[in-house]
Design a binder for this molecule. Structure first.
Ligand code: ACO
Length: 155
């Protein structure tokens, strides 16, 4: 059985998984410090992770989400996003956002299946902030696509 737990010690965060979603370790460390980190655990292994941050008053952001490569496409990512939505509502947020690359076709599909709607584009975000070029699905990753979903706060 899979459990999703909030971890309070940054040292316990699975950096290898977090770097799968975002290769900029400096950025990861920054939002890990300011945000809340949740891990999906099965037996004694961490099979997934996400980080929730307060982007602005009332708005949460999933700054990072990753599932272990051996366990992708089993529905774990969707469970983590549903958990992040419920957790944000419990924390009193009225909106949740997520950003991904223009080349991340599967992620864009998943986030829309989870109820997120396209919101805006930050042009050249990845070419401006990442040292190494990123390419996925034969597409150069240049722009950040921002998606958002309205929440029903319970906090
Ligand atoms: N077209 C249509 N649908 C697609 C496509 C595609 N090309 N690719 C994936 N999907 C859909 C699947 O059909 C599935 O939907 P379904 O539940 O209706 O069948 C869904 O996307 C995949 O769902 P999960 O199995 O729940 O996803 P997974 O457990 O693999 O987690 C994740 C997704 C987190 C993106 C994982 O693949 C991963 O860790 N990737 C590497 C790291 C990464 O890219 N993280 C996100 C970066 S952006 C950020 O962190 C804010």
């Amino acid at each position: 059985m899979m459990e999703i737990n909030h971890i309070t010690d940054d040292q316990e965060a699975p950096m290898d998984l977090l770097l799968l979603a975002d290769p900029n370790q400096q950025l990861v460390e920054q939002y890990l410090q300011s945000g809340r980190c949740y891990t999906a655990n099965q037996k004694d292994s961490i099979i997934g992770v996400y980080i929730l941050v307060e982007k602005s008053p009332g708005t949460a952001e999933i700054a990072n989400i990753a599932v272990h490569p051996d366990r992708q496409n089993e529905g774990i990512g969707r469970k983590l996003i549903d958990h992040a939505i419920a957790e944000s509502e419990n924390l009193g947020f009225t909106q949740i956002e997520i950003g991904t690359g223009n080349s991340s076709i599967g992620q864009l599909a998943l986030y829309q299946k989870c109820g997120f709607q396209l919101q805006s584009i930050i042009h050249n975000f990845f070419t401006d902030h990442y040292d190494q070029p990123i390419e996925e699905n034969g597409i150069i990753c240049k722009d950040m696509i921002r998606l958002s979903k309205k929440l029903v706060p319970r906090g």
